[in-house]
Design a protein. Structure first.
Length: 255
């Protein structure tokens, strides 16, 4: 079964507003339906006030925890604020837990309310079948390690989630950037788009783009961001892609 959860936040209860996040959600939904044979019934979309901690947590349970079939293909997209809080579990080398800053997120320094820790997403990933394909794209600030799909142990690189491919817009200490009016408005009045979602959805709409390996796709993404007028100087940000070697040679959303 193919299932997807798409989360986008332009509006927040406590945080500054954003632009482009809803357009990115609309673009990915169209991409999944038109080119990757996802049934709209199995695509759950949460935007703005819908994307509060309780609803997103339940939606992630629907996406990951209830996916036990050997050949499930799961896609999770998040576009919104990203942040970090003090690491209370002691599993982060930098003593920071990255967090999806959802609609009701409020940060008090070491304390916070609302939002979803990176640990919560990893915990759900681990409940999937070992053969489940998980593709994750996160367009948020400080998102470089927001999905812990691997960890270092004494034997080298140990993968917690074998079939997971994880893309982010920026490293854990960088700010992601939006591109102004680069696309037709989808779910907003403007045509603003996040740089990484814009590149991926535009390239993957083409047959040539869908045939590219993830490795080739990521190289193209790096070049696109490096040459974008929206990411120069202090606006520079580095996209990341974390995945096993066996997935590097396969196209996006393919195992």
């Amino acid at each position: 079964m193919k299932k997807s959860l798409l989360v986008g936040l332009n509006e927040y209860q406590y945080q500054p507003t954003l632009t482009g996040c809803l357009n990115d959600v609309g673009a990915f939904k169209k991409l999944l339906v038109d080119y990757y044979e996802f049934d709209p019934v199995n695509i759950l979309t949460l935007v703005n006030s819908q994307a509060n901690t309780n609803q997103v947590s339940s939606a992630l349970d629907w996406l990951f925890t209830n996916s036990r079939e050997e050949e499930d293909d799961l896609f999770f997209f998040y576009s919104g604020h990203g942040s970090y809080v003090h690491d209370f579990s002691g599993d982060e080398a930098d003593q920071k837990d990255e967090i999806f800053a959802l609609y009701d997120h409020l940060d008090f320094g070491k304390e916070y309310q609302g939002g979803l820790l990176d640990d919560e997403l990893t915990k759900r990933d681990l409940k999937c079948s070992q053969n489940t394909l998980i593709e994750i794209v996160v367009d948020a600030c400080h998102s470089g390690t927001i999905v812990d799909v691997s960890q270092e142990d004494l034997n080298g690189n140990y993968w917690k989630v074998p079939q997971c491919s994880f893309w982010t817009a920026a490293t854990e200490d960088q700010v992601a950037r939006v591109q102004k009016n680069v696309d037709q408005p989808l779910l907003e009045k403007s045509g603003d788009r996040g740089s990484v979602p814009y590149f991926l959805t535009e390239v993957l709409k083409t047959e040539k783009g869908r045939s590219k390996s993830r490795q080739e796709l990521f190289k193209g993404l790096q070049d696109y961001i490096a040459n974008s007028p929206y990411s120069q100087g202090t606006n520079h940000h580095d996209p990341t892609c974390v995945l096993k070697d066996s997935l590097k040679i396969r196209p996006f959303l393919e195992r």
